[in-house]
Ligand binder design. Structure first.
Ligand SMILES: *Cc1c(COP(=O)(O)O)cnc(C)c1O
Ligand SMILES: [Zn+2]
Length: 414
């Protein structure tokens, strides 16, 4: 059963019936990004707490009725979602926070939150009878698209900027996709992919343009809410590049609210790096988004022209949230802390949310007696080169027990 009632343009507000539009609003063009809308009254009768209690599909596909996908092929897919929501003890104590949860989305099949969108994209591509799926990305959407396309036997053509970290580049090739490393930044990769997709009529997985990507991304909130017995935390913190992830985070909670499953939408803190902070600048100066340089080690959020600005801005404003930015040094510090205190290894963009939480606590935006969920969006093993900057390298030890003892004393373990 398909509960989609239509697609609403986020710019002009016009609603299109299913089948009337392909990806974006025909009136507003590429900027007219669409929102998928459902028959929430009908869904209320289906998606009840009992439905979830009985549902044994521990993946994001447990939310299929609210994702607008046909369920024919979901059993053939890799397992995406239902990642752990870890209750923090050590880090919460260190920060003096009453309640802190860590959504470890780096444990998805290709190691990032992007699997949530790519899984939907691959199913949609199969549904549409596409011969090839394609996208451009800073690296994670690319590697996850390649991953799920490989599993479902769909050829993929993937565009990345030349600075994409080696782990992500390796994944893409290893999954057998045709990899195009563009001699330029993400903006250049996006432009070339757009031209190629139009010319060759491939299925377009580009995050903002395709409204179904947010339908996948929003499952992270559905899970957080369900894992907290439909009592989500006061705040949810996410790092922001194009804005699809945070847009999805908001839509997921907003829809649960519409379905009467949660009492309120959590406040959403959007975090960027000071090396690339178009949203933070726009909100600080109360002006439209301006193009920024892409100058941060958090490569997944180094997005100079965000492709989904309206959904991201709405996520923060409608949830009464805030925007904040943190330096690369703070990001590396957060990476080390998360590893040492919780045993969770996130990539730079993946831990930017933690650096943002700390800054928000410092600035008094978030209070210590509030509850918070941070979403670790990507796995640290994807980018060991940057992670090396967050650690102290061990000395090369002579095989001598006395010299070993000197070192162990220094480290305080004996
Ligand atoms: C893509 C990504 C983000 C940000 O998502 P956007 O939709 O681009 O805002 C954050 N962290 C990681 C690890 C990502 O891959
Ligand atoms: Zn429009």
């Amino acid at each position: 059963m398909n509960y989609i009632t239509g697609y609403r343009c986020t710019v002009c507000g016009k609603i299109f019936k299913p089948g009337e539009v392909e990806l974006t609003c025909p009136i507003c063009g590429e900027k007219g990004i669409l929102d998928v809308e459902y028959d929430y009254e009908a869904l209320k009768k289906v998606l009840t707490k009992e439905y979830f209690a009985k549902n044994t599909n521990y993946s994001m596909w447990r939310y299929a009725p609210l994702m607008g996908i046909k369920e024919d092929h979901i059993d053939e897919m890799l397992r995406i979602g239902w990642t752990p929501l870890v209750k923090s003890h050590n880090l919460a104590k260190e920060l003096g926070l009453k309640e802190l949860y860590i959504k470890d989305d780096g444990l998805n099949p290709s190691g990032s939150s992007k699997d949530r969108a790519s899984g939907v994209a691959v199913l949609k591509a199969i549904e549409a009878g596409a011969k090839v799926i394609s996208c451009s990305s800073t690296g994670n959407a690319a590697s996850s698209c390649a991953c799920h396309a490989a599993h479902m036997g769909l050829p993929a053509v993937i565009f990345v900027p030349k600075r994409a970290p080696i782990g992500k580049l390796t994944q893409i090739s290893l999954y057998g996709a045709t990899l195009v490393v563009v001699d330029g930044d993400y903006k250049a990769a996006f432009k070339l992919s757009k031209e190629a997709i139009n010319r060759h009529h491939w299925y377009n997985r580009n995050a903002a343009i395709n409204p179904f990507m947010v339908e996948g991304k929003k499952t992270v909130s559905l899970e957080i809410a369900e894992q907290l017995k439909f009592k989500p935390t006061d705040w949810v913190v996410a790092s922001v590049g194009d804005g699809c992830t945070i847009g999805g985070v908001y839509k997921g909670f907003d829809e649960l609210h519409k379905l009467g499953l949660i009492d309120r939408v959590p406040r959403i803190l959007g975090v960027q790096s000071t090396g690339c902070e178009p949203f933070v600048v726009a909100s600080r100066n109360n002006e439209p988004l301006k193009e920024c340089e892409e100058n941060t080690i958090a490569d997944s959020i180094a997005v100079g022209i965000p492709r989904n600005p309206l959904k991201a801005l709405r996520a923060v404003s409608k949830s009464n949230g805030r925007w904040i930015s943190v330096s690369d040094e703070k990001i590396l510090e957060a990476m080390g802390e998360l590893g040492r205190k919780e045993g969770i290894f996130g990539e730079p963009a993946g831990v930017t949310c933690l650096a943002g939480l700390k800054e928000a606590l410092n600035q008094g935006i978030i209070q210590k007696d509030e509850s918070v969920t941070i979403i670790i969006t990507g796995n640290g093993l994807k980018d060991p080169a940057n992670a090396q900057k967050a650690i102290e390298k061990p000395p090369l030890m002579e095989a001598d027990i006395n010299k070993l003892d000197i070192y162990l004393k220094e480290k305080g373990v004996i």
